[in-house]
Design a binder for this molecule. Structure first.
Ligand code: PLP
Length: 400
């Protein structure tokens, strides 16, 4: 189309984009400029947890847009204060730093970990242990932290001070702890790495390890926070709070936001002038986030996420019984991975042609992250499309 021709000329090709030009969204549906409608089980990669254009988020944005769009962080803003207060009342944290993305939230977390450790232990204790198959963002620091070679290719040298261990392997983690380590950073469930859920007890054991060596535990809940797993924060499943938690994606129900949450004593390490962001925590996005978070906790969204998560998992397991190329279904709440023995790309394309948006991570894992408001009927529709697509797969893995 005309749009795609123009994009080819002027928009950098940093994404392998699908040939859809999106125009409008409502609930779990996305319309393109040609009027085609899609059932959106990708939800902006776990951003649209309340679906597209949730009326309460839209109303909060509209109201705030006419009052104040931006002022500087040199001044206080009621919306930012209220959001910080809400987040602290609903988590382990006492204090929040606002930014604009997940990568920035992780940058803030790593700066805080370094500064805390330097002030407490001196200058050589700055290393952070992260997991293989993790994903923490696209800046130089966050690709250094990320445990996947593909995001680093071409950008070396990486920053000093990151060590990676297999996710879920406690013994490997323990062996990696030296006097130079200041923190362990983990996603409670790995999203981009293929929806990897650790065994029960793993996060608790990592917490104990951190306590033993006075390391900071950082949870990257950018993808799995904000209700995605059926509780507000993923760490609640094991009741082991971190020292620092990073959020972004679904926090404002669509608009860009990032946040780093921590305790009072750690927050004191980042005094005036140590860190900042021009747009971080601006009135518009904070008004949206407050509306989005209140909706998630007050409107039965978490219950729906758990119920629909179980239902979708059950339906995907039914397909597993039918198709030998489905190896495993795993996840929690409404982040569900379906590991295949074949490449997932052709299935994603074929599903899209039939009106279902999903994606594939690490080559062979189909990822389902629908809005948390998804209904049983919408799940049935999605599973029917998937079943149709899978029925056309020949043993070489080509969708017909
Ligand atoms: N951390 C995790 C766990 C993520 O899934 C992502 C994005 O997918 C990021 C960090 C980076 O977030 P952003 O793209 O907002 O910088």
């Amino acid at each position: 189309s005309e749009w795609i021709d123009k994009a080819d000329k002027h928009v950098m090709k940093t994404y392998g984009r699908y040939p859809i030009v999106a125009q409008r969204g409502e609930g779990c549906r996305l319309w393109d400029v040609e009027g085609r409608v899609y059932l959106d089980f990708l939800a902006g990669v776990a951003v649209n947890n309340l679906g597209h254009c949730h009326p309460k988020v839209v109303a909060a944005l509209r109201e705030q847009a006419g009052r104040l769009l931006h002022c500087s962080n040199f001044y206080h803003i009621p919306q930012q204060i209220e959001l910080a207060e809400w987040l602290c009342e609903h988590s382990f944290a006492d204090s929040v730093f606002f930014c604009n993305s997940g990568a920035e939230a992780n940058e803030a977390a790593m700066k805080l970990a370094r500064k805390h450790s330097r002030e407490k232990y001196g200058e050589n204790r700055f290393e952070v242990i992260t997991a293989l198959a993790s994903f923490h963002g696209r800046t130089i620091a966050t690709i250094s932290a990320t445990g996947q070679e593909k995001v680093k290719a071409g950008f070396s040298p990486m920053l000093n001070g990151f060590k990676h261990v297999p996710f879920g392997d406690l013994e490997a983690m323990r062996q990696m702890v030296t006097p130079n380590v200041c923190a362990i950073m983990l996603e409670p469930i790995q999203g981009e790495g293929g929806v990897n859920v650790p065994l029960p007890g793993y996060l608790k054991a990592v917490r104990d390890l951190c306590d033993e060596f006075d390391l900071l535990l950082i949870y990257d809940e950018v993808q799995v926070g904000c209700g995605r797993t059926g509780t507000l924060w993923a760490y609640e499943h094991e009741e082991v709070p971190p020292d620092i938690m990073t959020l972004a994606k679904a926090l404002a129900g669509g608009p860009p936001i990032g946040a780093m949450l921590t305790t009072t004593s750690l927050a004191e390490r980042l005094g005036p002038g140590t860190h900042g962001s021009t747009f971080g925590g601006n009135p518009l996005v904070c008004a949206a986030a407050l509306a989005a978070m209140q909706t998630i906790t007050d409107d039965g969204i978490l219950d729906n996420c758990r119920t629909m998560g179980e239902y979708l998992t059950g339906e995907l397991e039914r397909l597993q019984g039918k198709y030998a190329f489905i190896k495993e279904i795993r996840g929690r709440g409404l982040i569900i991975g379906m590991e295949l023995t074949i490449e997932g790309g052709p299935l994603v394309n074929a599903a899209m042609e039939r009106g279902l948006l999903i994606n594939c991570t690490v080559g062979k894992v189909l990822r389902f992250v629908p809005p948390l408001i998804v209904s049983r009927a919408e799940i049935d529709e999605a599973v029917t499309i998937l079943d149709e697509v899978m029925a056309t797969i020949d043993t070489t893995g080509h969708a017909g």
